[in-house]
Design a protein around this ligand. Structure first.
Ligand code: NAP
Length: 298
């Protein structure tokens, strides 16, 4: 598609944002489907967030994605939230609907769909390492899919407790436990799970390391790392060597994007072609989106 007087805007607001793969992923799909849309990346510092959103609304943007550090702060600027966004307390997708800014969170569904390609979540015992934004989305996704038990292990005990209490409130049928990220209790909780998810930045390309000692893992467990650079973190490599099934976070990234795409266009994008776009960009590019310390989400 050529950009012309009818082209409408979508984009991502973050700070930093130049690492984002979302413009590549969405623009490739807009072109493939012949949609007169363009997806841009907008680096917006915290104080300018309200002004940026007012500007996008006034300019007739279709909507936008939100990434670090605005996922929670953006909530105060919106007119309405989806149920998921309310529970998670964060928004990654906004759609302007008749002039109203409506916030959604597609991370939970994106993760759930991706994980369920490997294992059923219904009835499972699921351990999440971390209690930040990604962990919240994964926790909600797992509970919505019918997980029986949810375990949250985090460096700061209080944050694990806050997330644990939130989940217990919204999903009373799920048995929730939490622990700090060390010691015998954490090890036993992890060992009792069928599914273990890393939702911390430990293992990203510049840092390496594993969020838990991999001796804790048991053959046959499914280990999911929300990180996607590197494609195989130390956690996934060692888990695989121990006989675990493993999966990285590319599918979560793409599927949360695909959900957002559907919200904006009403059309289903081709997931496989979005995955191919992202994998190609990760494998070939030396541009700033490979800056590992900046690669976080969306
Ligand atoms: P966040 O809100 O800042 O949360 C970070 C979490 O990691 C917190 O629980 C924090 O624990 C823990 N943590 C950070 N450094 C640690 C360390 N050195 N040792 C132990 N725990 C540590 O970040 P987020 O948005 O949840 O993102 C977390 C990761 O998820 C990102 O790095 C990214 O790779 C991944 N992610 C992937 C996708 C995807 O689409 N694939 C989407 C979103 C995020 P404390 O509470 O103790 O500080």
């Amino acid at each position: 598609m050529q950009i012309n007087a009818h082209t409408r805007m979508i984009g991502i607001i973050g700070y930093p944002v130049r690492h984002s793969l979302s413009p590549l992923m969405h623009n490739a799909e807009f072109r493939r489907l012949g949609l007169n849309l363009v997806y841009l990346a907008w680096e917006v510092a915290q104080p300018a967030l309200p002004l940026a959103i007012r500007g996008l609304r006034a300019l007739g943007a279709v909507g936008f994605n939100v990434t670090v550090p605005h996922k929670q702060a953006v909530v105060a600027e919106l007119d309405e939230l989806s149920e998921e966004a309310k529970v998670i307390g964060a928004v990654n997708t906004v759609r302007f609907e008749n002039g109203r800014a409506v916030g959604y969170n597609t991370d939970a569904e994106g993760w759930r769909e991706d994980a369920e390609l490997e294992v059923p979540l219904k009835g499972a015992t699921v351990s999440i390492i971390g209690a930040g934004g990604a962990a919240r989305a994964v926790a909600v996704g797992a509970c919505q899919a019918g997980a029986a038990k949810l375990i949250i292990c985090n460096r700061r005990f209080e944050t694990a407790e806050t997330l644990g209490e939130l989940i217990a409130h919204f999903f009373p049928h799920v048995q929730v436990s939490w622990s700090s990220l060390c010691g015998d209790r954490c090890r036993e909780l992890i060992r009792s799970s069928q599914i273990v998810i890393n939702a911390t930045p430990i293992g990203m390309a510049d840092k390496g390391g594993t969020p838990i000692p991999t001796e804790w893992l048991i053959e046959g467990q499914f280990v999911y790392d929300t990180i996607y650079t590197p494609a195989e973190t130390q956690l996934l490599r060692e888990a695989r060597q121990r006989g675990c099934r493993v999966r990285n976070g590319i599918g979560m990234l793409v599927r949360q994007g695909a959900k957002a795409f559907e919200l904006w266009t009403g059309l289903k994008p081709d997931i496989q072609s979005m995955i191919a776009t992202v994998e190609h960009a990760l494998s070939t590019s030396t541009t700033s989106h490979q800056n590992p310390s900046a690669v976080r989400s969306a």
